[in-house]
Design a binder for this molecule. Structure first.
Ligand SMILES: Cc1cc2nc3c(=O)[nH]c(=O)nc-3n(C[C@H](O)[C@H](O)[C@H](O)COP(=O)(O)O)c2cc1C
Length: 332
């Protein structure tokens, strides 16, 4: 085992895992915030992390390499400049909603280490679009593409969702290199109804009005049937949008007693299957795979199944900050 992985697994992870999972995440964010404030952070971080250059162009964006950090880690766009120095080819911030909201009551994040899984019912806790825009202005651009995930406020009725997304797009449009539209978080009541064509049409046209031709991806649930996938893909084609497949799975569907969205290893086969079914329907839709990627062989399988890019989140929690670098160095 490499020295840095040994330090994470034997010292840092046990320390983090002795804390409540959300507390551990907040502690990591505090540390990353402090690092973000260091003027020579690039030099400092590049001492430990090497840049992985495997450049590719997808949806008109030049990515440094095909492995990104998924949404949900830097919900308020506070620390993405530091994360961008940790080997990722792109970073997705958010999910951000128009108005700030506290999210679900705590506890709302649960670890299942024996399964390398997490269950979360965070409920889009975030600082809101105006504050996030301030953070984007303060933190500025980074050396890899920056994505912004946008979601719906929990107290906004589903029929008003397109206006709610539109209000967030208008505030955030100039800050991202690309956007993702989240209609698939299982912890927001009725959100998944927005996979329906008439809602997507309205949300995408609001996006195009606010952000012009800027690339956009729709983040979908992992268990859509083929008919639902066909519908979603036809709307995406009309609005020149890509897909992120996929979000977390309602944990009860996988037999977990805890309510929330399941991520990590148990999502792997489902995410791979979803990806293959999308590629059977459309050969050319820009496609980011997300769900249960832990190793270079997991990543290779996604590319073989037709993914253009991939993202990780849960692997970072179990394997540590060098995960992207480790996975990418195993890609030959
Ligand atoms: C604690 C937590 C919070 C998340 N929050 C968001 C979010 O705000 N928006 C989003 O699109 N996905 C969110 N996700 C889903 C991840 O972006 C990712 O799609 C999912 O976890 C599957 O990938 P993984 O198995 O590599 O974690 C979250 C996941 C976790 C574990």
């Amino acid at each position: 085992m490499k020295k840095e992985n040994f330090i994470y697994k034997r010292i840092l992870r046990p320390a983090f895992f002795s804390l409540d999972p959300e507390k551990a995440h907040d502690t990591a964010i505090i540390f990353l915030r402090a690092l973000n404030a260091v003027p020579f952070k690039k030099k400092l971080i590049s001492f430990f992390f090497k840049e992985t250059k495997k450049e590719l162009e997808i949806a008109g964006i030049k990515f440094k390499n095909p492995l990104g950090l998924a949404a949900g880690f830097d919900k308020n766009a506070e620390v993405y400049p530091v994360l961008a120095l940790m080997g990722f080819g792109f970073i997705e911030t958010g999910t951000i909603t128009f108005k700030a909201q506290p999210g679900s009551p705590k506890p709302r994040l649960f670890r299942y280490p024996e399964n390398m899984a997490l269950v979360n019912k965070m409920g889009f806790n975030n600082c809101g679009a105006e504050k996030a825009a301030q953070n984007f202005r303060k933190n500025g651009k980074i050396s890899v593409p920056l994505g912004i995930s946008v979601g719906k406020n929990s107290d906004c009725p589903i029929e008003k969702a397109p206006e709610n997304y539109a209000a967030a797009f208008e505030i955030l449009a100039s800050y991202g290199d690309f956007f993702s539209i989240n209609v698939s978080c299982p912890n927001i009541q009725n959100l998944s109804l927005l996979h329906a064509q008439h809602y997507l049409e309205k949300i995408f046209s609001a996006y195009r009005k606010a952000a012009g031709e800027k690339p956009v991806f729709l983040k979908i649930a992992p268990d859509l049937n083929d008919e639902e996938l066909k519908n979603v893909i036809s709307v995406c084609a009309k609005y020149k949008a890509g897909l992120i497949a996929s979000n977390t799975l309602p944990a009860e569907k996988a037999g977990y007693p805890q309510k929330g969205g399941l991520s990590g290893r148990p999502l792997s086969m489902l995410a791979l299957n979803c990806l293959s079914r999308i590629r059977a329907i459309s050969k050319d839709i820009p496609l980011i795979s997300s769900g249960g990627i832990f190793s270079a062989s997991d990543l290779k399988l996604r590319f073989e199944a037709g993914a253009d890019l991939a993202q990780i989140y849960t692997a970072m929690i179990y394997e540590g900050p060098f995960t992207a670098q480790n996975i990418l160095s195993g890609l030959k």
